[in-house]
Design a protein around this ligand. Structure first.
Ligand code: HEC
Length: 330
């Protein structure tokens, strides 16, 4: 408990001190566009000069022919930062051709590394393949989505959510498809936020894992027809709540781990024809129920977690801790 309070106090102090919160570099917003424009052409799916790729988290942190190039927390020890700040006439300077990065850009990269080089899982940077031309090698982690333009109602809803302190992030630079992660958010905020959220039709990824939401709250998800991923693990949601998911036919990922869902609940999912991953560890579902669902949705991959029973517990604990942290902050 004590350490948690200290950590939070530390963070808050950091925030007020020199308006640091404002300067927190966000990978998707600030760094991804720089890499995309100036580096990926030579360090991406098409070419990996110096044996270095900077288009996926795994590759970027693995480094190039001379090893690690990003040392989290230490820009001055990071080859990436050294290369982009070398004088233009130095042979090692990057990018080795084309426009040099501006001071603002190199500062962003420096701050991003010093702040811990946070690169959200699954965010990959597309190659330089021209529009319409599909590159077989390009990383499949960013879902390929058609252009999307939010309506006025949606833009207004996003503003309302932001006023509540909820980040409605674009899933990649220059895209209006959105994701919302309510992890560690206070339940009062979540319940308020779910109301405007129903107008965010561009929402493709929603994380309600660990939230103390009620079945009735899920009514607000009913119209989110573009939703692709939904985390409901460790929530009090029951079979009755799942009725609201029946129309979410674009759902590919659904996590119900640690809920009281039974076979009756699985029956509500039979119309989710795009479902690929369904997590049911520590639920009240049975093998019979799962088998029945698989008959209707043969392509769904169901994890019942018989194999994970041991490690499931600690995950629950860490969620509780996050909630506690939030409480202290309030
Ligand atoms: C026109 C092609 C080109 C572009 C664009 C480019 N690089 Fe490079 N990069 C190279 C080549 C060629 C090498 C290997 C030769 C060398 O080590 O200098 C290299 C090597 C590197 C290395 C060293 C890898 C290792 O392990 O030795 C780093 C770090 C690097 N680049 C970072 C970047 C960054 C960051 C950008 C974008 C700001 C960038 N590069 C843009 C061509 C490019």
């Amino acid at each position: 408990m004590k350490t948690i309070v200290l950590i939070v106090a530390g963070l808050v102090g950091f925030g007020t001190g020199e308006a640091r919160t404002e300067n927190k570099v966000d990978f998707v917003r600030d760094i991804q566009p720089i890499l995309q424009k100036s580096c990926i052409e030579c360090h991406g799916p098409e070419k990996a000069k110096g044996k270095l790729r900077l288009d996926t988290k795994e590759a970027a942190f693995k480094g190039g022919k001379d090893g690690e190039v990003i040392v989290s927390g230490k820009a001055d020890k990071s080859e990436v930062y050294r290369r982009i700040t070398l004088p233009a006439d130095n042979d090692d300077a990057m990018p080795s051709k084309g426009d040099r990065l501006t001071q603002t850009q190199t500062d962003l990269i420096r701050d991003w590394i010093n702040q811990g080089a946070d690169w959200p899982d699954g965010v990959a940077i597309g190659g330089t393949a021209k529009k319409g031309e599909s590159s077989a090698e390009s990383p499949a982690t960013t879902p390929k989505l058609p252009d999307y333009k939010p309506t006025a109602a949606e833009i207004k809803a996003i503003k309302e959510l932001e006023a509540l302190g909820v980040a409605v992030r674009p899933i990649a630079a220059n895209l209006d498809w959105r994701e919302v992660n309510f992890r560690a958010q206070n339940i009062d905020v979540i319940e308020k936020a779910l109301i405007p959220l129903k107008n965010v039709l561009g929402l493709v990824d929603l994380n309600l894992g660990g939230a103390k939401i009620k079945d009735a709250d899920l009514v607000n998800l009913k119209g989110l027809v573009n939703l692709n991923r939904l985390h409901l693990e460790n929530t009090p949601v029951t079979d009755a709540g799942l009725v609201n998911l029946r129309g979410l036919t674009n759902l590919e990922y659904l996590n119900l781990y640690g809920t009281a869902i039974t076979d009756a609940g699985l029956g509500q999912l039979d119309g989710l024809t795009h479902l690929k991953h369904l997590y049911l560890w520590q639920t009240k579902t049975t093998e019979t129920g799962v088998t029945k669902l698989k008959q209707t949705l043969p392509s769904v991959d169901v994890s019942t977690g018989a194999e994970f029973k041991e490690i499931a517990k600690p995950a629950e604990k860490s969620d509780e801790k996050k909630d506690e942290k939030k409480e202290e902050k309030k």
